[in-house]
Design a binder for this molecule. Structure first.
Ligand code: UD2
Length: 314
């Protein structure tokens, strides 16, 4: 039997990472998870405990990737493809700590790309973000729109995209960047004030606690279920589509106020809604144009917001 193709998932113990690992394991890949466990959890990968096709290596993406992978590639052969998800994920945190954001998000991407160049990796798929666009005047926002990020996070994701393009163009490393909109679903950790809004709102609404809306709640987001995002990642991991950038969203938007009311209703209506001042560095409106996701990658988001919220609450 030929050896299983090895896929490295950086940030593989995290929210999107662990769902990606599930799909890759289910489809017969050898998977190596690199994670520093700052926010990732071993419990997210518990269903694969003892499976010889999965290796979990504690590794900080800002320095250790070559050393972490050397013993494994000696045993199992070269890394074929990389999904690079390890990141500092909070826009608000990046505003307060721009150097940390740059080191982890841009620096980490450079380490991954250097590894890919040195080891002739066949594809690097990178988790970029809708934050690269900044405040746009026309929605849905298409990939060709001029990027004017309004946070260090958006700047670092955009710089990483440029690095991907450079490595593809100059060093022949095939790369695809996926601009995630607001990803939600099971395993998104609600414990930090920087956590995704749906994880916070569902956690609090389930407990009957008040929900805090930053600003007047009219800001909108395109919330895409994690299962649909993983389908985009897996499609992008294949050959082709190098130097491509694609939005990963649903093409729909909902205001944060309406989202809060929907979640409270789904949870039995006990929570009240409170308001706090708007957060710095935030965009106001967000909705993805998804033609490229559909046409180039063959992926259309299938999970409605309410179905995704029910799956998250379950
Ligand atoms: C999300 C991603 C980010 C990036 C971006 C792309 C997370 C944690 N961050 O940033 O990585 O990809 O999308 O656009 O997934 N809010 C409240 N109350 C709360 C928490 C949040 O009103 O308790 C509001 C917040 O002010 C914002 C919206 O909900 O307007 C979404 O906030 P978020 O932190 O979930 O995500 P965002 O869009 O800042």
């Amino acid at each position: 039997m030929p050896p299983l193709p090895t896929v490295v998932v950086t940030g593989g113990a995290g929210f999107i990472g662990s769902h990606t690992v599930d799909r890759l394991m289910e489809t017969g890949h050898r998977v190596v998870v690199l994670d520093n466990f700052s926010t990732g959890k071993r419990s997210n990968l518990a269903r694969w405990a003892g499976d010889p096709a999965l290796d979990i290596v504690t590794c900080d993406i800002t320095n250790g990737i070559f050393a972490a992978l050397a013993p494994l590639t000696k045993l199992h052969g070269p890394v074929e493809r990389i999904v690079h998800l390890a990141a500092q994920v909070s826009v608000v945190h990046s505003v307060a700590n721009p150097h940390v954001d740059m080191t982890v998000n841009y620096g980490g991407t450079l380490h991954v790309l250097e590894y890919a160049r040195a080891h002739h990796v066949k594809k690097v798929v990178f988790a970029s973000s809708a934050a690269v666009y900044g405040d746009v005047t026309q929605l849905p926002v298409a990939e060709e729109t001029a990027c004017q990020p309004v946070s260090p996070y958006g700047i670092d994701k955009l710089a990483s995209e440029l690095a991907l393009d450079y490595y593809a163009n100059v060093h022949g490393v095939p790369t695809t960047a996926l601009r995630f909109f607001n990803v939600f679903g099971p395993r998104q950790d609600p414990s930090s004030p920087y956590s995704g809004v749906i994880s916070i709102f569902t956690d609090r609404a389930r407990a009957g606690k008040p929900l805090t809306i930053f600003g007047d709640g009219s800001q909108t987001r395109d919330f895409v279920f994690v299962g649909d995002v993983v389908r985009g990642i897996v499609a992008a991991l294949g050959d082709g589509n190098s130097r491509m950038i694609a939005n990963v969203g649903t093409g729909n938007e909902i205001s944060v106020g309406e989202l809060a009311r929907t979640i409270v209703d789904l949870c039995g209506g006990k929570s009240t809604l409170e308001h706090a001042p708007p957060r710095a560095g935030e965009i106001l409106k967000s909705r993805a144009r998804v033609d490229r996701l559909r046409d180039a990658l063959g992926v259309v988001a299938q999970t409605s917001l309410v179905d995704g919220l029910r799956a998250t609450l379950a």
